[in-house]
Design a protein around this ligand. Structure first.
Ligand code: NAD
Length: 229
């Protein structure tokens, strides 16, 4: 079975109603990201940071996967599909994808603020200041903040290196180290990028840029790959 490795970003969830970071109307216009998504912000104002992630989590319970998430599930009929997502939502899992690696953490999980290995499923959308881990420290969102290491990167790079076909969907390729993963694609591997944005992809050898929204673009590409596979 051929392996398809898929790198997804905020754009794949846009049609589900979750705003991206950089598009107009995106989260960055409403919040100063340095005030809500850094370890310094958490130190300075945990209430504000926690409120930001509580809002994101609450919204996540109100949205559904879209056509793009479901098309990736269908590809599993004929391919070994491995998803590497920068997203903290759980829409790939809810659509039914079986192998999903979260590079930047998961919104529905929380963890100890003194021991990263203590990760818990949060019951419901709201984390409260005062809720503690078993070591007695405040629980924090299980997300990778700007300035923090991305522990899954070596595993994601290894996986990228095993792709027979590589798909990139809905990411500006601006956030590192995730954006650097494309350099681990083996030479000669077919690479498809689905993103309606104008972006410079000259550094990605042989990439075919499909300038469509994730829903329609992924659906069409999946149909093509299923016919071939
Ligand atoms: P980004 O905001 O930097 O880029 C979003 C990309 O999506 C852009 O290239 C844009 O052209 C494209 N896009 C917009 N609408 C689209 C659509 N309908 N279909 C396909 N593409 C569309 O996002 P990023 O590259 O993922 O990086 C930002 C960081 O923000 C990531 O670390 C990610 O974890 C985080 N984030 C996650 C979520 C989520 O979990 N859903 C939402 C916002 C931000």
């Amino acid at each position: 079975m051929k392996r398809i490795v898929v790198l997804t970003g905020a754009g794949i969830s846009a049609e589900s109603g979750i705003s991206t970071f950089r598009d107009s109307g995106g989260l960055w216009e409403k919040y100063d990201i340095m005030e809500v998504a850094t370890p310094e912000a958490w130190e300075r104002d945990p209430e504000l940071v926690n409120q930001f992630y509580n809002q994101r989590r609450k919204q996540l319970y109100e949205v559904e996967p879209n056509q793009a998430h479901y098309a990736l599930v269908e590809l599993e009929k004929k391919y070994d599909v491995r998803i590497i997502t920068q997203n903290i939502d759980d829409l790939h899992e809810r659509a039914g994808s079986s192998k999903v690696m979260h590079l930047h953490g998961e919104l529905k999980k929380v963890r100890s603020s003194v021991d990263d290995s203590l990760v818990y499923d949060l019951d419901g959308w709201e984390l409260k200041i005062g809720e503690k881990c078993e070591l007695g420290s405040q629980l924090r969102p299980h997300v990778v903040w700007f300035g923090e290491p991305v522990p899954m990167i070596p595993a994601a790079a290894d996986l990228t290196n095993t792709a027979d076909i590589y798909l990139i969907i809905g990411t500006s390729l601006n956030v590192y180290p995730a954006a650097g993963l494309v350099s681990y694609v083996r030479p000669g591997t077919p690479v498809y990028l689905i993103d309606p944005g104008e972006m410079n992809v000259s550094h990605i050898a042989g990439v075919k840029h499909i300038r469509e929204k994730a829903g329609a673009g992924t659906r069409k590409l999946a149909d093509k790959l299923l016919q071939k596979g």
